[in-house]
Design a protein around this ligand. Structure first.
Ligand SMILES: Nc1ncnc2c1ncn2[C@@H]1O[C@H](COP(=O)(O)OP(=O)(O)O)[C@@H](O)[C@H]1O
Ligand SMILES: [Mg+2]
Length: 244
């Protein structure tokens, strides 16, 4: 993927969250945003996901601008081609794992019920979730729920996957099973943007890393370089804090 942010600005109720961000990434497979809480990572990811509209500035994905100014319809069709996974699973609680995956395939992507079911079973099987297909989210562990959410995101064959702290609600063992799945997706050659506090994982899967704090991207570059030798004091301090 290639991502270009130009003069991107966003505030909530007069409080600046993203402050005139300009940065270019890629082509890369995986881009990871790191930085302190409240720095604007989720807001930036939600803008890239077409879920939030910036006040000013633009975002280009693979050379195409996201059409923020052209109404909800244009944004909807953009969003349809993305797979998004949030911290809090966002599964429908009253539907089985299988139904959670087939519903968007049928309603948003126009697959027949039989085709949707076949695609869903394929992905669930691949993630060792086939035996849980008929369980509702309440009967699944946190790690299983998040793997269902990831299965749902990839079953639509998205051009890009977006993950916002997909493991922050999980205990260490379940974190590992979810990170393994994301790493497999990387090995499959899928493009993704990930926000995470798991620095060891970030270092392992990121091609490029961006350090975001106080609404600014203070530095970005190849993961190997940024983690080995951060250039800004803020990023050095942050890494020292989170990596002990
Ligand atoms: N919908 C919203 N309404 C008001 N303030 C928000 C909203 N979303 C985010 N913020 C504020 O924007 C700032 C950045 O938040 P966020 O993008 O979630 O940062 P991060 O993901 O890096 O922790 C925070 O101060 C947060 O309180
Ligand atoms: Mg966040």
């Amino acid at each position: 993927m290639k991502l270009k942010l130009t003069g991107l600005t966003k505030s909530f109720e007069g409080h600046g969250v993203l402050d005139n961000i300009t940065a270019g990434f890629g082509p890369v497979r995986s881009l990871v945003f790191i930085g302190p809480s409240g720095g604007g990572k989720s807001t930036l990811l939600r803008i890239i996901a077409g879920l939030e509209v910036p006040e000013s500035g633009s975002v280009e994905l693979d050379g195409e601008p996201i059409e923020f100014g052209k109404g909800e319809k244009a944004l909807q069709s953009y969003r349809r081609r993305l797979g998004v996974v949030f911290q809090a699973f966002n599964l429908f609680p009253h539907l089985s794992a299988l139904k959670n995956i087939t519903l968007p395939l049928e309603k948003v992507h126009g697959l027949s019920p039989a085709d949707a079911r076949e695609c869903a079973i394929q992905t669930l099987t691949r993630f060792q979730l086939a035996e849980h297909a008929h369980k509702k989210p309440g009967a699944l562990s946190g790690g299983q729920k998040q793997r269902v959410a990831i299965a749902r995101a990839i079953t639509i064959k998205p051009r890009l996957l977006l993950f916002d702290e997909p493991t922050s609600a999980l205990d260490p063992e379940m974190t590992a099973e979810v990170l393994d799945v994301i790493e497999e997706l990387k090995d499959d050659g899928r493009d993704f943007i990930l926000v995470t506090h798991e620095m060891g994982f970030a270092r392992r899967v990121a091609d490029d890393v961006a350090f975001l704090a106080n609404g600014h991207i203070l530095e970005h570059g190849p993961a190997a370089e940024l983690f080995a030798a951060p250039r800004t004091a803020a990023c050095r301090d942050f890494l020292a804090r989170v990596m002990h």
